[in-house]
Design a protein around this ligand. Structure first.
Ligand code: 5AD
Ligand code: SF4
Length: 550
């Protein structure tokens, strides 16, 4: 069969961006080519997100658009990957027969086989020339269902999950390419916050063996990566019990946070004991000095021990940045959300984290970011006032603010009517954005006069616009495989054009964005991108800092 060309578009979170990168690497190894133009592809894949309705609507409209094209090109293969596939299951194909491949986030290692089968099936449908039959789906499906939540199938689910991460192909970072990468440490979630679909789509919480994580980080560092962001839905819950791990087919299995009862082989690789999140951070930091920035998202506000904070404090290359969503400032709403902590406990955590980690005098202020949901069912004006107070008191550098979106598959969906009118949600959203805007502005201004190490990401968006450089979604540091861009694409389309004075952007280790000018006749952009430079902050607004290279 001739080589196939794939278009892969990613929606949603960083976990999806990483999944897309891994899938693209596997497919490329198997001879598939990638294109940034859906119209040029024989295989069109959407890696989807179910967390909010808006992301889903985009996918439905993409599928609607591609229907027409498929009528003319019966050999075209369309695949839906990720959380929508897992949640909607085969009902999605019934609603949209244009979909040939469905693959849940826990089954992505099977994707090449599914695509191969679909390509063959579609080719045969196309060759028999029957337009009517050609509209039928090739129906290749791999979904996890609730398998990972049944302890009897935990090892098998873990086996599958670990294989995808282990298959990561790591090629040397070439000039201009991103030197920042994600590494998964935990999959799934056991929290069951009532608004959230993730425990349903990504399955039970499982932790990857530390040796596999370290090996992946080392290989990334050897290839030129200097910033690693560890990923988990509740990343600080990471905990690997060595004695409890099993080895199936030579692969050391990931495990749940507690002992896996069905373990039948002792893990030959590791001594008895537990690797905690603090241990893992320390090992990556100490054993891989080439990683100049180590970060992690997303933290759960509960169960965050001083041991982790102390490792961060004592490890110069671990970033002073914590993404710890509070979701609401009302204890009544937090309870209805099943978050398992009070707003007082959240503040206790922030105070403790700041006492240990906030060191502005060393150019390392602790930066917090969070998520807030407004308009959760039954949320009153008084609850919302409490959320405004929480946001003021938290002094996060930014808050991601979401209007509650009822999600089929979440616990609240069937049980709690979505009773806050859209107009009220919108009002609260805007009010909170305004409050946070003031705080972000204040925090930015506090940085004026300070000096920071900045990881240079590339030309600023404004500079690219001025130069007429094509800006692709997700290009820049996260440009490994985001949007439709092939993994090999250079994020800066034409660096040579940047000769003369140019505005660059980068980030502090507290994740603040910094703009600064560089005379590119003196400093080559290719040498700058991905390096760490020292910048003094001269000016600031709520979105970013502006500074001068020193
Ligand atoms: N509606 C609105 N926001 C949601 N989030 C998760 N589920 C929903 C929902 N049903 C938000 C939470 C979470 C972030 C990733 O998305 O704030 O932290
Ligand atoms: Fe969803 Fe809550 Fe798990 Fe986060 S902790 S993924 S919000 S269930």
């Amino acid at each position: 069969m001739p080589p196939r060309t794939v278009y892969l578009e990613t929606f949603g979170c960083q976990m999806n961006e990483l999944d897309s990168e891994l899938v693209a690497g596997r497919l490329r190894q198997l001879g598939y080519r990638f294109t940034a133009e859906a119209g040029e592809a024989d295989v069109v894949l959407y890696n989807t997100c179910s967390v909010r309705e808006r992301a889903e609507q985009k996918v439905w409209s993409r599928l609607g658009e591609i229907k027409k094209r498929k009528a003319d090109e019966p050999s075209l293969v369309v695949g839906v990957l990720g959380c929508m596939a897992e949640r909607d299951g085969e009902a999605m194909i019934d609603r949209m027969p244009v979909v040939d491949v469905l693959c849940g986030p826990g089954e992505l290692d099977k994707l090449p086989e599914l695509i191969d089968n679909a390509v063959r099936t579609r080719a045969s449908l196309a060759s028999d020339g029957s337009g009517r039959r050609a509209r039928r789906s090739a129906r290749q499906v791999a979904l996890q269902g609730s398998a990972s939540r049944r302890s009897g199938t935990l090892a098998a689910a873990g086996d599958t999950l670990e294989l995808l991460d282990l298959s990561r192909t790591i090629s040397p970072v070439d000039e201009g390419r991103s030197r920042s990468a994600y590494v998964r440490i935990t999959r799934g979630c056991n929290k069951f916050c009532t608004y959230c679909v993730v425990p349903n789509t990504r399955g039970a919480e499982m932790h990857r063996p530390p040796e596999n994580i370290l090996d992946e980080c080392k290989r990334l560092a050897d290839s030129g990566v200097i910033e690693i962001t560890l990923l988990g839905q509740t990343v600080n819950h990471y905990r690997f019990e060595h004695g409890a791990s099993v080895s199936v087919g030579g692969v050391v299995q990931p495990q749940k946070g507690r002992t896996y009862k069905g373990a039948h082989h002792r893990d030959a690789l590791s001594a008895a004991g537990v690797t905690t999140f603090a241990d893992l951070l320390r090992r990556i930091h100490d054993e891989i000095p080439a990683i100049r920035r180590l970060r992690f998202v997303t933290s759960y506000p509960r169960d965050f021990g001083d041991d982790v904070l102390e490792v961060i404090r004592d490890s110069p290359r671990i970033c002073r940045y914590l993404h710890v969503p509070a979701q609401s400032g009302s204890n009544r709403v937090l309870k209805a959300m099943n978050r398992g902590y009070t707003v007082e406990a959240y503040f206790e955590f922030l105070d403790r984290a700041r006492a240990i980690l906030d060191q502005p005098e060393l150019g390392r202020p602790l930066m917090i970011s969070g998520d807030v949901i407004v308009g959760f069912p039954t949320e009153t004006d008084a609850d919302f006032e409490a959320t405004i107070d929480m946001v003021r008191r938290s002094r996060a550098k930014n808050q991601f603010i979401f209007k509650y979106s009822p999600r089929p598959g979440s616990l609240a969906f069937d049980k709690i009517p979505d009773d806050v009118p859209e107009s009220v949600k919108r009002q609260r959203n805007n009010a909170l954005l305004a409050v946070q805007g003031e705080i972000s502005d204040e925090i930015s201004r506090e940085q004026i006069g300070r000096e920071f190490d900045i990881l240079v990401e590339g030309l600023s968006r404004a500079e690219k616009k001025r130069r007429g450089v094509d800006i692709k979604p997700g290009s820049g540091m996260v440009g490994i495989t985001v949007g439709g861009a092939p993994a090999s694409a250079k994020p800066e389309t034409d660096i040579a054009e940047a000769a003369g004075l140019a505005q660059f952007s980068g980030r502090t280790d507290g994740d603040q964005i910094v703009f600064f000018d560089v005379d590119t006749t003196i400093q080559a952009p290719d040498d700058l991108i991905g390096s760490i430079v020292r910048v003094r902050i001269d000016n600031a607004d709520k979105l970013a800092l502006q500074g001068t290279l020193i």
